[in-house]
Design a protein around this ligand. Structure first.
Ligand code: ASP
Ligand code: MG
Length: 465
C-alpha cells in the first residue's frame, strides 16, 4: 500500500485534477490511499473571509463564498461528464455549502473567531476538493470513496498544531486498510482532524503533508508519496541559482533540517512518523510524473563535499542584547528566552560569544519589534544601571543555511564558506552551527543573500553530480 498526497497546486485547476487522477489510476496496482489538499488558494480565501467576517464586512464575505463556490462548480462542470454523476456530487456537497453559510453567518453576527472556529472555517477547502476528486476517479473506472479525516485522525488538543493521538488514529485507520484490501481507493481530506469529542481541528497550515505521513505510519504503508509542483528537493532555489539541481536521495535527518530552513517542499513534521517506521518518502512532480523526484530514506549517499543544499530565509530580524553587565551572570539567556516565549515568538537562531558581552537572536521580521519591547521590559533594571548598553534590532537580514549529513566528517566546511563569502565582500553578522553538524547557518544582510547563496553553491560544486 502507498499513500499519495496531492497538494493545492496539484489540484488547483481542472487540468491539474485530471492529471492527478491519472497518476492515481496509473498507480492502481500499488494499492493507493490518496490524501488531498484544498484546491490551491482556497484555504487562504477561507481564512481571509473569516477575517472579513470578524470585521463585519458582509459583502466581502458573500463575495468570497461566491467565488469559492464558483471555483468548485466550474471544476465539477468541466470534470464530471454524466449529468447523473454531477447531480449526485452536487447533492453530496450541498450540506457542506450549507454549513459554510451558517458558520460565516455566525462569525458575522458574533464578530469573533475563536481558534476552534478558525479551524472549522479553514476545513471547508478539503471537504470540497475530496468528493470532487473521488468522483473523478470513479468516472475513470477507479472505485474510490471520499473519506473525511475527522473520523480517523484524532488529536488531543484543539486549535492549531494539534497533537495527534497515534494509538487511536491507528485503530480508526483499520477501516481504511480493509477498504484498500477490497480494491477500493480511499480519498482522504488532508489537513483535517478532530478531537475525541468530534470537534474539528487542523494540523496547521500546509499540514496535509503531515496528514499523509500520519496515515502512512498508521497504515504501515510501503511508501509515502508527496506530489507537488517541483521536481523534488533542490540544491538551492533555482530562481537564485540557475545551476541548482534536484537531489535524488536525502536522509530523514537532512530532510528535516532542510524543511526547517527554507526548502519548503515538505512540512517539517512530515519526517518523524515516516522515519519511525522507516517508510520512504518520495517527492514527485505532478506536472512531470515521469521523473524520479527525491527519495527520502534512513541513509543517503554522501558526496565528497558534505554539503547538499544551501538556502536563504529572508524576512528575519537580528535582535541583540549588549553590555558588560552580563559577564558571569547566570540566567541571562534564560531570562531573554523566557521574556519572548511568553509572546509565543519563535527563535530561529541564537548565539552568545564566550565573552558574554552579547546575545543575539534571530526571529521573524514581524516579531522583531515585539521581541525588542519584551527584552527592554525584562532587562529594564540592568539598562537603568548601565549594565546593559542596549537592545537593538537589524531587520533587513537573511539566514543562509547549509545542510548535509556529510558535513559532520569533513573539516574545513565553515572555513571554505567564510572564505568565499569574504571574497565577495559580504559581511557576516552572526554564525551558528548545531552540534549535530548537519547545518551551518549564517546571517547576512538581505541585499547580500542571493550572492551569498550563489557563491556557496559554486564553492561546493553543488550543481554537478
Ligand atoms: N489546505 C491547507 C493549507 O493550505 C493544508 C495544505 O494544503 O497542506 O494550508
Ligand atoms: Mg504544501
Amino acid at each position: 500500500m502507498i499513500v499519495m498526497k496531492f497538494g493545492g497546486t496539484s489540484v488547483g485547476t481542472v487540468d491539474r485534477i485530471r492529471a492527478a487522477a491519472g497518476v492515481v489510476q496509473a498507480a492502481g496496482e500499488l494499492s493507493p490511499v490518496v490524501v488531498l489538499s484544498a484546491m490551491g488558494g482556497v484555504t487562504d480565501r477561507l481564512i481571509d473571509a473569516g477575517e472579513q467576517a470578524i470585521a463585519g464586512n458582509a459583502p466581502e464575505v458573500a463575495a468570497s463564498m461566491a467565488e469559492i463556490r464558483r471555483t468548485h462548480e466550474d471544476a465539477i462542470a468541466a470534470l464530471i461528464v454524466a449529468e447523473d454523476d454531477r447531480r449526485a456530487l452536487r447533492r453530496d456537497l450541498e450540506p457542506v455549502w450549507e454549513e459554510m453559510q451558517k458558520v460565516f453567518t455566525g462569525v458575522l453576527l458574533l464578530r469573533e473567531l475563536s481558534p476552534r472556529s478558525r479551524d472549522l472555517v479553514a476545513s471547508f477547502g478539503e471537504r470540497l476538493s475530496v468528493p470532487i476528486f473521488a468522483a473523478c476517479l470513479n468516472q475513470n473506472g477507479v472505485a474510490a470513496d471520499a473519506v473525511d479525516a475527522r473520523a480517523i485522525i484524532v488529536t488531543r488538543d484543539e486549535a492549531d498544531f494539534a497533537q495527534v493521538d497515534f494509538a487511536e488514529t491507528r485503530t480508526r485507520a483499520r477501516d481504511v486498510a480493509s477498504s484498500v484490501r477490497t480494491g477500493r481507493v480511499p480519498v482522504i481530506t488532508g489537513f483535517l482532524c478532530a478531537t475525541p469529542e468530534g470537534v474539528t481541528t487542523t494540523l496547521g497550515r500546509g499540514g496535509s503533508d503531515y496528514s499523509a505521513s500520519v496515515l502512512g505510519h498508521c497504515l504501515e504503508a510501503d511508501e509515502i508519496q508527496i506530489w507537488t509542483d517541483v521536481h523534488g528537493v533542490m540544491t538551492a532555489d533555482p530562481r537564485i541559482v540557475p545551476e541548482a539541481r534536484v537531489l535524488d536521495r536525502i536522509s530523514y535527518k537532512e530532510a528535516a533540517e532542510m524543511s526547517y530552513f527554507g526548502a519548503k517542499v515538505l512540512h517539517p513534521k512530515t519526517i518523524l512518523p515516516a522515519a519511525d517506521l522507516d517508510i520512504p518518502i518520495r517527492i514527485k512532480n505532478t506536472f512531470d510524473p515521469g521523473r524520479d523526484g527525491t527519495l527520502v530514506t534512513h541513509d543517503s549517499p554522501q558526496n565528497h563535499q558534505g554539503v547538499k543544499t544551501v538556502t536563504s530565509i529572508p524576512g528575519v530580524s537580528l535582535v541583540s542584547i549588549e553590555g558588560r553587565g552580563m559577564i558571569g551572570v547566570p540566567g541571562t539567556a534564560e531570562r531573554a528566552f523566557g521574556a519572548i516565549a511568553g509572546l509565543r515568538i519563535n527563535v530561529l537562531m541564537f548565539s552568545q560569544g564566550s565573552s558574554e558581552q552579547h546575545i543575539s537572536l534571530v526571529v521573524g521580521r514581524a516579531d522583531g519589534p515585539g521581541t525588542v519591547r519584551a527584552l527592554r521590559r525584562e532587562f529594564q533594571p540592568e539598562i537603568e544601571k548601565r549594565q546593559i548598553d542596549g537592545i537593538s534590532e537589524i531587520s533587513d537580514i537573511a539566514i543562509i543555511a547549509l545542510v548535509g549529513a556529510g558535513m559532520k566528517s569533513i573539516p574545513g566546511i565553515a572555513a571554505r564558506t567564510f572564505t568565499v563569502i569574504g571574497e565577495a565582500g559580504i559581511n557576516i553578522l552572526m554564525i551558528a552551527q548545531g552540534s549535530s553538524e548537519l547545518n551551518l547557518s549564517l546571517v547576512v544582510e538581505q541585499k547580500d543573500a542571493a550572492e551569498a547563496v550563489r557563491r556557496i553553491h559554486a564553492a561546493f560544486d553543488l550543481g554537478t553530480r
